[in-house]
Write a protein that binds this ligand. Sequence first.
Ligand SMILES: C[S@@+](CC[C@H](N)C(=O)[O-])C[C@H]1O[C@@H](n2cnc3c(N)ncnc32)[C@H](O)[C@@H]1O
Length: 265
Amino acid sequence: MSLNPPTQYRTDENLRARQRIWEHQQPPFDLVSWVLEIAGLPLGTAARVLDVGCGNGSYLRQLRIRGHVVIGCDLSKGMLAAAAAVAAPDTELVNADVARLPFVEAAFDIVLAPHMLYHVSNRQAAASEMRRVLRPGGRCVVVTNGKDHMRSLRSLVESAVQLATPGWKMLDPSTAAFSLENGAGQLRTAFQHVTCVPASDAAPVVLTDASVAADYVASTEDLYQPETARPWSEVVEDVRQSVQRAIDDSGSFVVRGRSGAFICE
Ligand SMILES: C[S@@+](CC[C@H](N)C(=O)[O-])C[C@H]1O[C@@H](n2cnc3c(N)ncnc32)[C@H](O)[C@@H]1O
């Protein structure tokens, strides 16, 4: 399976379906603010910030509110179009690959790579590029997930798929490639100091609407359909019914994320 199938991020539709699930964390947890805090970005400073793999602009929006000088960069033009709708009109948006950044050395005080490095096959080149464009003494913050990320939802998907594909596991190759468990060593190829900070204050997602989980699973069709025998729409429907049963029985279905960040200097 490709780490970044071209269909997945042609537009921000799949990403939006997955972002919606995090709106149900109880109590709410603002991952973007958490990341900007550990990046050491005080409000109102004119720090120059590069957001690589900026997606549909979740970070750009907050960086704009905080008054930083921001450039967003993404491989997908569809994502950049979505980002343009939320970023400040003067935000520079660049269509580029993190492994070949079109910026001069030491151009940024902070480089952010949130939930994107796991889609990149040449991560050594990517880390080296992020280091190159960072000023000496600057900080790069790379966000990713741990291996138990969303275990309860993945178990429901596995049960539905295994009816026709025995033994199948929902092994996300992206998380396997670059996770909280194995990312530090990869980043140390370019950065001298790498510290892993789990987002341990992040609350669980508590769902009372089964369609939120179903939409999340539907958004991964291009990743998993090729290796599973059942039509993905049937898998999605099974998951919807299982989540609904949990809601009927105990009032909610709970999913825990395992996200965190590497601070690289
Ligand atoms: C899971 S989304 C994360 C978006 C955003 N950073 C966020 O956290 O909301 C991953 C993004 O990385 C982008 N991406 C994947 N490979 C890339 C690469 N080699 N260079 C730049 N962007 C890339 C995708 O197009 C997508 O927008």
